[in-house]
Design a protein around this ligand. Structure first.
Ligand code: KIV
Length: 267
């Protein structure tokens, strides 16, 4: 059962959605105009993703994105935010140690207007330190796009039992370190379901099956306006819709009603 909250959402509202079994909706946003549409459609979380390096800047990876650029886009989105909870990505090499992470995360909150930062990998020391400073953190496990030059290819993670167990352990460690949310990207649906059950913080999936506590997609992929090929786990929500507002509403309803992702969009 969805409970409509008109006031600006806090992390407590997002956590309560998991507890009552309401799916959490999230989309990436990079500018004020799209952010206003996303917010008005009732999407629960806007993520200023470093995917902007690919969909806005035209790079082939997220690696070139800088903290200054993330702060700028977070500012653009936060000016349009009325209700949705706002998370911003920490870009590549901005959280190599806890002090560096705190300095850069503070920029995203103080100047960018974000309410939470997201960082890739099991960076437990950084997460713990940020949380101690009062900075809410979203972890990100599974496919880590900032490590693409190490990975070689954007592929499904956690398929082998050992890799799957490591993801389960890392999810626990991030929760213990104080993370409030976890994004799981490109992992088998059964593994994502297990992790979502094992930890109490909400798990937001992308290419991770329908049993996560919520879903996120890159806005330009689901509107089918990206410069590169849409990933298999994403879906063109413009099909059969009259415009952007309708497509975002279709995504909202599909996630809340567990109609998305279907098996076709899962691994
Ligand atoms: O940068 C981004 O858009 C992301 C999502 C893919 C989760 O991290």
């Amino acid at each position: 059962m969805n409970q409509v909250v008109d006031k600006p959402l806090s992390i407590n509202d997002i956590s309560a959605m998991k507890r009552r079994g309401e799916k959490i909706t999230c989309l990436t946003a990079y500018d004020a105009s799209f952010a206003a549409i996303i917010d008005k459609a009732g999407i629960d979380i806007m993520l200023v993703g470093d995917s902007l390096g690919m969909v806005i800047q035209g790079h082939s990876t997220t690696v070139p994105v800088t903290i200054e650029q993330m702060v700028y886009h977070a500012q653009c989105v936060s000016r349009a935010r009325r209700r949705a909870y706002l998370i911003a990505d920490m870009p590549f090499m901005t959280y190599g140690n806890p002090d560096l992470a705190a300095k850069n995360a503070a920029q995203l909150l103080q100047v960018g207007g974000a309410q939470m930062v997201k960082l890739e990998g099991a960076k437990v020391d950084c997460v713990r330190f940020l949380v101690e400073q009062g900075i809410p953190v979203c972890g990100h496990l599974g496919l880590l796009p900032q490590s693409i030059h190490q990975l070689g290819t954007y592929s499904v993670q956690g398929k082998e039992p050992k890799a799957a167990q490591k993801l389960r352990d890392d999810a626990q460690k991030l929760q213990e370190a104080g993370a409030s949310l976890l994004v799981l990207e490109c992992v088998p649906a059964t593994l994502a379901k297990a992790i979502s059950t094992e930890i109490t913080i909400p798990v937001i999936g992308i290419g991770a099956g329908v049993d996560c506590d919520g879903q996120v997609l890159v806005l330009y992929d689901m509107l089918n306006i990206g410069v590169s090929k849409r990933p298999r786990f994403s879906k063109n929500f413009m099909t059969g819709c009259d415009g952007v507002e309708e497509a975002i509403q279709a995504y909202f309803h599909a996630v809340k009603n567990t109609e998305f992702p279907s098996l076709e969009h899962s691994f």
